[in-house]
Ligand binder design. Structure first.
Ligand code: O2Y
Ligand code: MN
Length: 596
């Protein structure tokens, strides 16, 4: 052991896991650069990583084709009663799931090293930070965790003798027999993959996958699923939200937390560069917000992560120049294509496709090949501190005060560009009914409408009906200090399928209107679905947008909204009696206003 952990529970747990999994060695990660460099060098020598000549200290990995994304069907929330997990989660009884997984873990690290990764979600020492310890047999996971969280000896030092931590056990589930040659991306077959959360004990057990959210357990497993259950018990919020600071020409700072389902440009919005003169934006986080009521009664947010695990395809200097700058060096690239000059490439990168490349499966590729060069879920793992738009306050221990919540989704029709909630309860209704159309980047049928409440459907660690109730209760506690709530849809199309709104940096025009609403500087029209800006209320200066577009973007189609009601009813019916009465009231209120 490179250092001694004074936390008795931690020492005992590591010993217990080592006895169960039979690794060849145990390595306590110190979080140093030397450690990162050594692990990378070992992975390069083993053929698992490819150093990139064109990006300093950056490496390409190719996953097994069966291990390319989060596996929702194999993700479990295990609570004492099935009803406490609710209809949006897969549930298995605690003892049954543990029995199954203990069998899988038995001897699963033979021929491998067991790495102990002490990590902090949130800046170390922040009153809002929480400590976890991930045990893994994947050096790829260690290097990713070093970018995505704060890891190492300093975390163990911060953990007192009897302090609590979240134990996160991960194995790729691919032991090596003596003399057996390893493969570049070892993992277990789908039917042996389990991403399990025991929320009563704050415990995470993951088996069989080395990819992203399945394996980097600080992210979705801890910071959302386990943390959301903790947050409900302890009276705070763990949300699937980006955090953005917008600065007006007068120098007033607004903090925005926004939740979007996948494929809605969340990372692009997190790193927004405003198109309106005089406004500035800074990024605080791109995926997760932990929020707590501060001594002044306002809601304060931190980004619990330290890096970005961003989706690569579609990221370009046009869609997100800040992300492109962020992943220029010190970056791990997964499932991108490799160019002949030692760089990476992906579809939608905004530069011409290379005449030849090696695709994410390691095959020769050229334009016109049958399959894309990069996997649609190819990722870059890059330190947040490298983002040119990162806020100087992104690691502020007490967080930043949230002024505005935004929910949204991708809808080609019906939902206007922006709507302000009538009040907090109506805002909770907007979050609870958030919907999005699936795209080619999502698995499944393209253009299908999916309800994804608060963008938390895959990430809520308990019954979603109780989560809705938690939002109401947070609003009650916040009172008149509660953030204002808005709903946006950047994706409205004409009947001919043309985009009505340019998006990207021009979304700042909508955010600026929200800030003016917060200041009480601009009127809004009350409609049955909420407050909307008048056609002349958005600053469209310098934007060549036909007036009919803005008319359509802000039109409330009463008939189309009435047609939405049965789908919302069906969505709510899933939660049965547990659905908060205040949500039923909101639905009745909407129906009455639409009939009125
Ligand atoms: O497929 C994965 O493991 C990554 S999923 C992901 C990564 C970064 C941010 N958000 C997500 C998500 O699914 O919401
Ligand atoms: Mn996410």
């Amino acid at each position: 052991m490179a250092y001694e952990a004074k936390n008795r529970k931690l020492r005992e747990w590591v010993e217990e896991v080592a006895t169960l999994c039979h690794p060849d060695e145990v390595h306590w990660c110190d979080g140093s650069k030397a450690e990162y460099d050594l692990l990378m060098a070992q992975m390069v020598a083993a053929g698992a990583a490819i150093p990139l000549e064109k990006r300093r200290n950056s490496f390409l990995f190719r996953s097994d084709p069966s291990d390319v994304a989060r596996v929702e069907d194999r993700t479990y929330i295990s609570t004492p009663n099935e009803e406490d997990a609710g209809p949006t989660n897969n549930w298995v009884a605690e003892d049954e799931l543990k029995r199954t997984m203990l069998n899988l873990y038995e001897g699963c690290m033979r021929g491998r090293t067991l790495y102990v990764i002490p990590f902090s979600m949130g800046p170390l020492g922040s009153p809002m930070a929480k400590i976890g310890v991930e045990i893994t047999d994947s050096p790829y996971v260690v290097c990713n965790m070093q970018i995505m969280t704060r890891i190492g000896e300093k975390v163990v030092e911060a953990l007192g003798e009897d302090d609590e931590f979240v134990p996160c056990l991960h194995s790729i589930g691919a032991p090596l027999e003596p003399g057996e040659e390893d493969v570049p991306w070892p993992c277990a077959p789908m039917e042996k993959k389990y991403i399990s959360h025991f929320t009563r004990e704050n415990l995470i057990w993951s088996f069989g996958s080395g990819y992203g959210g399945n394996a980097l357990l600080g992210k979705k497993c801890f910071a959302l699923r386990i943390a959301s259950a903790m947050a409900r018990r302890e009276g705070w919020m763990a949300e699937h939200m980006l955090i953005l600071r917008l600065i007006s020409p007068k120098g007033r700072r607004y903090h925005i937390a926004a939740a979007f389902p996948s494929a809605c440009g969340k990372t692009n919005l997190a790193m927004l560069q405003p198109a309106i003169p005089g406004w500035k934006a800074e990024c605080i986080g791109d995926d997760i917000a932990w929020m707590k009521i501060g001594p002044d009664g306002r809601l304060y947010a931190i980004n619990p992560e330290a890096g970005f695990f961003g989706v690569a395809p579609g990221t370009s200097y046009q869609s997100n120049p800040m992300a492109m700058e962020t992943c220029k060096e010190n970056t791990i690239l997964t499932n991108c294509a490799l160019t002949d000059d030692g760089d990476i490439w992906w579809e939608g990168m905004g530069v011409p496709a290379p005449a030849h490349a090696i695709d994410w499966k390691g095959r020769d590729w050229s334009p016109g090949s049958a399959e894309p060069a990069a996997h649609p879920n190819a990722r870059f793992t890059a330190p947040a501190a490298q983002c040119p738009a990162i806020s100087s306050d992104w690691e502020k221990p007490d967080g930043v005060p949230i002024d505005i919540f935004i929910f949204g989704g991708r809808r080609s029709g019906v939902v206007p560009l922006v709507t302000e909630a009538l009040d907090w309860d109506h805002g909770v209704f907007l979050g609870a009914t958030a919907s999005s159309e699936t795209t080619a980047a999502n698995i499944g049928e393209v253009g299908k409408l999916r309800r994804d409440p608060f963008a938390m459907q895959p990430f809520c660690g308990y019954n979603m009906a109780d989560y809705f109730q938690h939002w109401f209760e947070m609003g009650d506690r916040l009172g008149d200090k509660a953030p204002r709530i808005f709903y946006v849809n950047w994706f409205r199309k004409t009947a001919e399928g043309e985009w009505l709104w340019p998006g990207y940096g021009d979304n700042s025009r909508v955010l600026a209107w929200m800030c003016e609403r917060v200041e009480g500087e601009v009127e809004a029209g009350e409609t049955p679905i909420g407050y909307l800006p008048g056609e002349s209320d958005l600053d469209l200066g310098g934007l060549d947008l036909p007036p009919e577009n803005i008319h359509e973007l802000l039109r409330v189609d009463i008939e189309a909204w009435r047609a939405e009601l049965p789908d919302i009813e069906q969505h709510f019916a899933r939660f049965g009696e547990r659905l908060p009465a205040r949500l039923r009231d909101q639905l009745s209120g909407l129906r009455e206003r639409l009939e009125g």
